[in-house]
Design a protein around this ligand. Structure first.
Ligand code: LLP
Length: 439
């Protein structure tokens, strides 16, 4: 009869005297009753705390010469852009859909950085109509198209060039070639970064502001960011020597890792950013360049553990000598990450937290696909049965934003938890929504 406290991997999780899992201090069973399942919950207080922690760390490490941009691909809906606006964050957007959503939320678009390796002419026009502050460009076709559109509007569009610094975030040895082979960015090693810099500087309606790199996602090794900063600052010095161009901005992208299970470490983001700050200051001085304004683009580490998904169990099937399957009322439609990446998750019996977990089961979804698995080998109480509630932790990033309607399954709502209140931010899709586009 042991509650496995090590599974409470984020400080916004606790258990009450009835053995119910509390999230952001609220009873998950009561939330499931009120809003139905599957249900995405997001702890808005936690998101705000993460934004403030980042902003404070960047302020401390870079003074007024740093920015934090929320990478909104991690989770994009109006309420989140409102939160980002209120917290004084910038944003990274990657599509007209994200731009449109941010505009609808009243986000000040001069603080938006527009990514994507293929911005269509329509995207470029829409972004300029919306007053997007910066384009992050990673191909020459885009530079030319942006210059043409900006010229027709008699504006100078601010642009960063996305570069690939040749760093593999997971294996130090692969540094030399690792990430040069990427669909994103101009490679420094091949000389393409320099050609692109020359082109951007020659285009009259483009104002080149600096450079961007993003080395990867779910990175735990803080050394990766220092190595990226090292390569990028050397490139900035090279561009100064070659073109007399002094970069104002160095955007180091996102990627800070988040624990999904008790096995993952917890990153001290303030410490990491502090180290990067000291490194950038000393290397800039050493290279004789003006210290650029440094941007970070965290997505996952802002919202991941602010999210939790609740499911209701439908069946428990034991195949003697093989395996036990616990089927829930969601699956790959609301969480594609196990199917796509084999991602580890912590799944908890939300109203039986005080029972021993002596059964090992695969928790699977309801889709017609064998790969529709949320997690294998999950320890659960033997008493788990139809109608029981399961909580999958750390689902705030890349879950709602990657959800689908496979098998014509409506997407769950997103409910924001703040100061003990629960508010629907995205309503549950209805069956009528599912046929709304069918003509
Ligand atoms: N900036 C750029 C240019 C990016 O490409 C990304 C993520 C980020 C920032 C934010 O990275 P984060 O801090 O969230 O790690 N769907 C995958 C993650 C894809 C990340 C793509 N780019 C997943 O579910 O794990």
């Amino acid at each position: 009869m042991m509650m496995e406290t090590t599974d409470l991997i984020c400080e916004n999780l606790s258990v009450n005297s009835e053995g119910h899992l509390l999230f952001a201090g609220q009873d998950t069973e009561a939330l499931a009753k009120r809003f139905g399942t599957p249900l995405y919950l997001m702890d808005e207080d936690h998101i705000r705390a993460r934004c403030r922690a980042y902003l404070a760390a960047v302020q401390k490490a870079f003074g007024g010469r740093g920015r934090v941009l929320y990478a909104s691909k991690a989770a994009s809906f109006k309420r989140l852009y409102e939160v980002m606006r209120e917290e004084g964050m910038g944003i990274d957007v990657v599509s007209r859909g994200e731009i449109f959503t941010a505009v609808r939320a009243g986000f000040p678009m001069e603080n938006a950085f527009f990514h994507s390796n293929n911005k269509t002419d329509d995207d470029i026009r829409a972004a300029m109509d919306a007053g997007v502050g910066y384009f992050v460009s990673d191909n020459t076709e885009e530079l030319i198209a942006v210059d043409r559109e900006a010229g027709s509007r008699s504006i100078r569009q601010k642009v960063l060039l996305r570069l690939t610094p040749g760093i593999d975030p997971h294996t130090y040895e692969a540094v030399a070639t690792g990430k040069v082979d990427s669909k994103f960015g101009f490679a420094i090693q091949t000389g393409q970064a320099e050609d692109a810099t020359a082109l951007a500087l020659s285009l009259k309606s483009i104002k080149l502001c600096g450079f961007h790199s993003h080395v990867g996602s779910q990175v735990f090794d803080s050394d990766v960011f220092l190595r990226a900063a090292d390569v990028m600052l050397h490139y900035i010095a090279q561009a100064k020597a070659k073109f007399g161009f002094e970069a104002e901005i160095l955007n180091l992208g996102g990627g800070f890792g988040v624990p999904y299970t008790a096995k993952n470490p917890k990153l001290d983001i303030a410490k990491n950013i502090g180290e990067i700050g000291a490194f950038v200051a000393s290397l800039s001085a050493e290279l004789g360049i003006r210290q650029p304004e440094v941007c970070f683009e965290p997505g996952r580490s802002i919202v991941a553990d602010a999210g939790l998904t609740l499911y209701t169990v439908g069946s428990v099937k034991e195949i003697p000598g093989y395996r036990t399957y616990v089927s829930v009322d969601g699956g790959m439609t609301d969480n594609i990450r196990y199917a796509l990446y084999g991602s580890a998750y912590t799944i908890l019996p939300a109203r039986k937290m005080d029972e021993p977990r002596e059964m090992i089961a695969d928790v699977v979804g309801r889709c017609c696909e064998s790969g529709d698995i949320l997690q294998k080998n999950v320890p659960l109480p033997r008493s788990i049965t139809r109608g029981d509630l399961l909580a999958c932790l750390t689902t705030g990033a890349y879950h709602y934003s990657m959800a689908s309607n496979y098998n014509r399954i409506p997407r769950p709502p997103v409910v924001m938890l703040r100061g003990g209140e629960a508010t629907v931010a995205v309503r549950r899709e209805t069956l009528d929504d599912l046929v709304a586009l069918d003509v």
